[in-house]
Design a protein around this ligand. Structure first.
Ligand code: HEC
Length: 342
């Protein structure tokens, strides 16, 4: 059955990213364990039709981010691909020069070069981000070698992670979660994997770093599962990259029926498959990209909706009586009385 490897590689990865320690120590010993004799040099074809070898052409002496996807995947692949697009955006023209991004299809049967080229275009893949296909056996072997297939997969809901970042030269490899903050991911790929020999990323500073306040569940979920594709009010949710693969969500809690929203966020693929008119219209408008099932529970869906509603209020409410109150609480001219008491 094809379903198993697909889902296993591309299902929802709820586990936290675990770095595997072995590669870095192997790297210090010269990297032979994770060198040419470790990685299979299998043939792959790029979405632009180039014939490549995995070791020689794809990873040798490079800093790379690799993920395994299939284009008809309804859940985690679109999110992960959008995240890869975020990383590409942050790293800018370093992609293709000292950082290389690869998305390898695990469904060579359906993901023909044409399909992959189209997918690459939809997700705005620039030079240095290459979609690849090979035979099913070769791709499975790559997944195994990269530690992305676990023997202990008992339950398909316990999916494995499908992104790996690494520096082949130093032998430093790490699994990443598709729900990771794109800025953090880009910093790891662009800085840490280069042993910080490159300057820190432009724009990646304290100003753009996520604030360390306590985030609500809804906001955390929005940042990790939604912000790779959606903005709220056109703006960047702090620490994310606005790319707008989907519609802006400002006011969606007002324009859509609550039950429709709940169901759509919970299982968009079903709503669309049923021919729901709103979903169909949106799908046509947003062409190639479909809203993925992000694996939220009903309760989590409600937290996200709550967050969207709050953002709508925050961003649209005129600045009312609240502002002067805050001001006077802080302002010393009104604070005399208080101070006098102490
Ligand atoms: C991979 C990109 C992607 C991700 C991730 C994603 N969406 Fe979407 N979303 C879309 C696209 C594209 C559409 C437009 C409909 C379509 O083409 O399927 C959409 C549509 C929507 C709509 C309908 C908007 C309207 O005008 O009615 C809502 C609401 C929504 N998404 C919420 C979310 C939430 C909440 C999350 C996170 C839990 C999320 N989306 C994650 C791409 C994404």
């Amino acid at each position: 059955m094809r379903a198993l490897p697909r889902v296993a590689a591309c299902g929802l990865a709820l586990l936290l990213a675990a770095s595997f320690a072995a590669p870095s120590s192997a790297g210090r010993r010269g990297g032979s364990r994770w060198g040419a004799d470790y990685f299979p040099n299998v043939p792959l074809t790029s979405h632009e039709g180039k014939e490549l070898r995995f070791f020689d052409d794809v990873i040798k002496d490079k800093v790379v981010a690799l993920n395994f996807i299939y284009t008809s995947c309804p859940d985690v692949c679109p999110l992960e691909t959008a995240r890869m697009a975020n990383v590409q955006q942050i790293l800018g023209d370093r992609v293709g020069k000292d950082v290389f991004l690869y998305s390898i299809s695990i469904d060579p049967e359906n993901d023909t070069l044409e399909v992959l080229a189209d997918y690459a275009k939809r997700y705005k893949a620039g030079p240095g981000w290459v979609f690849l296909r090979g035979t099913e056996d070769d791709v499975t072997l790559l997944q195994q070698k990269l530690g992305l297939i676990s023997e202990e997969l008992e339950d398909l809901s316990q999916h494995n992670l499908s992104m790996v970042i690494g520096n082949q030269r130093t032998g430093r490899w790490m699994k990443r979660s598709p729900f990771e903050n794109a800025h953090f991911l880009a910093e790891q790929i662009g800085g840490w994997l280069h042993n910080w020999s490159k300057p820190s990323l432009a724009g990646n500073n304290y100003a753009t770093a996520p604030e360390l306040r306590n985030l609500s569940d809804g906001e955390t979920l929005f940042r990790t599962r939604c912000a790779a594709c959606h903005t709220i009010g056109g703006g960047d949710v702090v620490g994310t990259v606005p790319l707008n693969f989907g519609p802006d969500l400002l006011g969606v809690t007002e324009t859509r029926d609550l039950r429709w929203l709940q169901r759509w966020i919970l299982e968009p693929e079903k709503v669309l498959a049923e021919g729901d008119p709103i979903a169909t219209e949106l799908f046509e408008r947003f062409g190639g990209i479909t809203m993925p099932n992000t694996g939220l529970s009903a309760e989590q869906v409600n937290s996200v909706i709550e967050f969207l509603r709050g953002e709508h209020q925050r961003l649209t409410e005129p600045r009312t009586a609240k502002a002067p109150v805050e001001h006077s609480a802080r302002g010393s001219e009104h604070g005399e009385g208080h101070l006098a008491h102490h």
